[in-house]
Design a protein around this ligand. Structure first.
Ligand code: NAP
Ligand code: ZN
Length: 350
């Protein structure tokens, strides 16, 4: 099946139209007509090879929503016409201890990403959601229960939503907990909404004075401009948990100092250059932890989607055409997005 897509042939080339092939659906596959695809900063890191190892041509996109057009003979959970999503994972071994626990993102044999991963069954690499259609094993397809008119704004939940929900859930954000969200971009704005919905006292850290009012509207109880040292010092030793979504190298001590005893700073942003080494004294005096978290498993992603549907949570989006993607990337580098670009896949057909 040939599908129209948008992708890049090299790190220094703009994205352009590409025709790609999708496999015919096998017995356990679901074929999806993609309606919208969110634009994650990981797409930009990958297309521009900021993490090295990008396989070209690269078709990014792992915040996919659309409708089922065909199902394989063994598929029982989905039918033609269903509204579904696909996130960052499209395959894993299904046998290791992590897969058995529903933590496919930690598959010990290596999971298959929606793009830029070697394909398990044949030569080549996976191509993502900046495309009209995709064929995915039913184990990696998510049911979407939000109202249909919210579909475009649901797309970012498939990565930005789960990447913030999973650590907030794991470190028990909730009533009585003071939780910080650092960086109010695609991930960070979802982090504020979700931490607030979980009942935590939610504090937004931003470098952008212009996002102060928005952060309060998104659900933050307090907003701290992280470039103002006095504002930071006032909160020393007071946080149970801080989720850092910043995808650029920065000083982590500014945040570990704000943790209570036994508090955790969890990194989800993945900078192209390392952060400066953290100060050990700040960690040992207070048994503080610096941790990391990777997206979330399929079971937890469905739990997050259902939680957001129940609470009425979607992303704040700016819709773009596929042709506008390079401009969108340039704006994302300047932190100029409120708060997630979403590609209207209909624009690929134009
Ligand atoms: P984004 O929309 O570009 O948001 C990042 C935000 O970080 C910006 O809006 C900005 O917020 C802040 N920021 C940017 N540069 C900064 C700097 N130099 N110093 C301080 N703050 C800065 O990106 P995103 O899509 O949310 O992704 C964020 C990171 O998470 C990326 O590295 C991405 O690859 C990674 N990621 C990781 C996972 C995972 O599983 N761990 C999953 C998805 C994405 P303010 O204007 O508020 O300061
Ligand atoms: Zn992502």
């Amino acid at each position: 099946m040939v599908t129209k897509a948008y992708g890049a042939y090299a790190a220094d080339k703009p994205l352009e139209p590409i025709d790609i092939a999708r496999r015919p659906p096998g017995p356990h596959d679901v074929a999806i007509n993609i309606a919208y695809c969110g634009v994650c900063h990981s797409d930009l890191h990958t297309v521009r090879s900021e993490w090295q190892g990008t396989l070209y041509p690269c078709v990014p996109g792992h915040e996919i929503v659309g409708h089922v057009t065909a199902v394989g003979s063994e598929v029982t959970g989905f039918k033609v016409g269903d509204t579904v999503g696909v996130g960052c994972l499209v395959d894993s071994c299904q046998h290791c201890a992590s897969c058995a626990e529903g933590l496919e993102q930690f598959c010990e044999k290596g999971w298959t990403g929606t793009y830029n991963s070697p394909t398990r069954d044949r030569p080549g690499h996976t191509l993502g959601g900046y495309s009209q259609g995709i064929v995915v094993s039913d184990r990696f397809v998510l049911a979407i229960r939000h109202p249909e008119e919210q579909l475009a704004a649901v797309a970012p939940l498939l990565c930005a939503g789960i990447t913030t929900y999973s650590p907030l859930h794991h470190w028990k954000a909730g009533p009585g907990k003071k939780v910080g969200i650092v960086g109010i971009g695609g991930l960070g704005h979802m982090g504020i909404k979700i931490a607030h919905a979980m009942g935590a006292h939610t504090v937004a850290f931003t470098t952008s004075e212009s996002k102060r009012e928005d952060a309060l509207k998104l659900g933050a109880d307090e907003v701290i401009i992280s470039r103002t040292p006095e504002a930071m010092t006032q909160h020393a030793g007071s946080f149970d948990f801080i989720l850092d979504t910043v995808g650029a190298s920065h000083n982590l001590d500014a945040y570990t100092r704000l943790l209570k005893r036994d508090g955790t700073l969890c990194l989800v942003g993945v900078p192209g250059h390392p952060h400066p080494a953290p100060d050990v004294f700040t960690l040992i005096f207070g048994r503080k932890a610096i941790a990391g978290s990777l997206i979330g498993g399929i079971r937890e992603t469905q739990e997050m989607l259902d939680f957001c549907a129940e609470k009425g949570i979607v992303a704040d989006i700016e819709m773009i055409t596929a042709q506008e993607i390079d401009e969108a990337y340039d704006r994302m580098v300047k932190s100029d997005v409120k708060y997630r670009f979403v590609i209207d896949i209909a624009s690929l057909g134009a």
